[in-house]
Design a protein around this ligand. Structure first.
Ligand code: 2BA
Length: 109
């Protein structure tokens, strides 16, 4: 059995939840925050039998879009005159960031 951890953009989480339900894949959804953009994203935890991992990865891939986001970064043009401005930086986010980990044991008490 594997633990699949999938970090997706909030815009994709609903369609991905529905796809998991349709495929009878069990998932736990956590609200998370990206360390770089500091905006919300969604992390899914899934305990998956080995032979189903590829199917789960295909579902995640098909439901996760890559999007451009802009963040504004303050820059100082002239320190002595204390003039500063901000300029937008383009960042491509996603589709999904996925980790697949081995599970030593699985219990439901
Ligand atoms: P964030 O940390 O908010 O990152 C959003 C996007 O910003 C990233 O998209 C990447 O394109 C860019 N980015 C991140 N760190 C950067 C840096 N130091 N310099 C320049 N650009 C940077 P994704 O790579 O698609 O990541 C989407 C989200 O997935 C991340 O949100 C984070 O929550 C998670 N993630 C990505 N890689 C991870 C990792 N190795 N470990 C844990 N979480 C990760």
């Amino acid at each position: 059995m594997k633990l699949v951890i999938a970090i997706v953009q909030d815009q994709d989480q609903n369609i991905l939840s529905n796809a998991f339900l349709e495929a009878n894949v069990r998932a736990t959804k956590l609200s998370s925050t990206g360390g770089f953009l500091r905006s919300g994203n969604t992390t899914f935890l899934l305990g998956v039998e080995d032979h189903l991992v590829d199917e789960v990865l295909d579902i995640i891939k098909s439901c996760s879009e890559s999007r451009e986001q802009y963040i504004s970064s303050p820059i100082h043009l002239d320190v002595s005159l204390d003039i500063s401005a901000s300029y937008p930086i383009r960042v491509e986010v996603g589709g999904a960031t996925v980790f697949v980990l081995p599970i030593d044991s699985f219990h439901q008490f």
